[in-house]
Ligand binder design. Structure first.
Ligand code: SF4
Length: 286
């Protein structure tokens, strides 16, 4: 691996949630955003409704206090959005090429499920307000979600509000069968219910699906699982849901369980090709 490639990989794989002394807002140079993403972490307590085997949240450090201190969040978001050029004075940001310094999005991501936070609606309002005030018209407001709360009235309303502010919803879908869903995402809800919620959400606006493919104990997902996964995608689209893009990716950092490892580029590309064969745009991120 060349020095430049190594530096880029270091940037893409380093996703610390802490920047200077900030608690809620952090910068990321994101492959998927193709530039600077300003993340909002509404879950400093690191609690999530899923328990994914590949989770890359660092739970070796102390959780932060809850509830969210809205005034502090507001101050951090304004500071990072207005002074974002200062980010590139620090290591490892100094080496970020100019093309990747452009602000692409404000993203509700972080150490848990953002839509589960009582602060989510107000924080979405804050992000929209600052995006307008600072004339960040090219920036999206992205909500990364595991999909569990998509039918909650407050979440439906907040996503509808964000639709008017260049919002985009990125929803996790890692499995095709109930058994694999429970094995990988370790949550006892019906996958049917999650897929229904995705379909309903995608009827309102095009959504991005984020699908993690990995080896478990050295084994890639069985062919029958990939077939079932593709069947789920087809059912979303056939049911009137618009899927803008599937981001097929694999593990790049330390995972919750040691038996999880990355797929090869070829393996991931071949899954992405099968998604495209359904007429759905897909990108592989290795
Ligand atoms: S949904 Fe995200 S934060 Fe929650 S356990 Fe899975 S990977 Fe981790």
């Amino acid at each position: 691996m060349g020095e430049k490639t190594q530096a880029a990989r270091k940037l893409y794989t380093a996703h610390p949630r802490l920047w200077r002394d900030f608690r809620y807002v952090y910068p990321v140079v994101s492959r998927r955003s193709r530039g600077l993403s300003i993340g909002i972490n509404l879950n400093p307590d690191k609690v999530c409704s899923f328990d994914c085997v590949y989770c890359q949240v660092d739970r070796t450090t102390m959780p932060g206090p809850m509830p969210v201190d809205f005034e502090r969040l507001s101050c951090e978001l304004r500071t990072l959005l207005t002074q974002r050029d200062a980010i590139f004075a620090d290591e490892p940001w100094k080496d970020v090429p100019p093309a990747l310094r452009r602000l692409r999005d404000i993203a509700f991501s972080g150490d848990g499920e953002p839509t589960a936070s009582p602060a989510f609606p107000a924080a979405a309002g804050l992000a929209a307000e600052l995006r307008e005030e600072l004339a960040l018209h090219d920036a999206k407001i992205v909500v990364l979600t595991n999909g569990l709360n998509l039918r909650r009235p407050s979440v439906i309303q907040t996503l509808a509000f964000l639709d008017g502010h260049n919002g985009e919803v990125w929803i996790k879908l890692d499995a095709g069968t109930q058994a694999y869903f429970e094995q990988v995402n370790r949550v006892h809800v019906k996958l049917d219910q999650i897929v229904d919620s995705i379909r309903v959400t995608a009827r309102v606006r095009p959504v991005v699906l984020q699908s993690m493919f990995m080896c478990l104990h050295g084994q890639p997902p069985p062919g029958t699982e990939i077939d079932a996964y593709l069947g789920r995608l087809r059912s979303i689209v056939d049911g009137g849901g618009a899927v803008k893009l599937v981001q097929a990716y694999t593990v790049a950092r330390q995972t919750a369980e040691p038996y999880v490892s990355a797929l090869s580029r070829d393996q991931l590309e071949s899954i992405a090709a099968r998604i495209r064969a359904l007429g759905i745009a897909a990108e592989a991120f290795v």
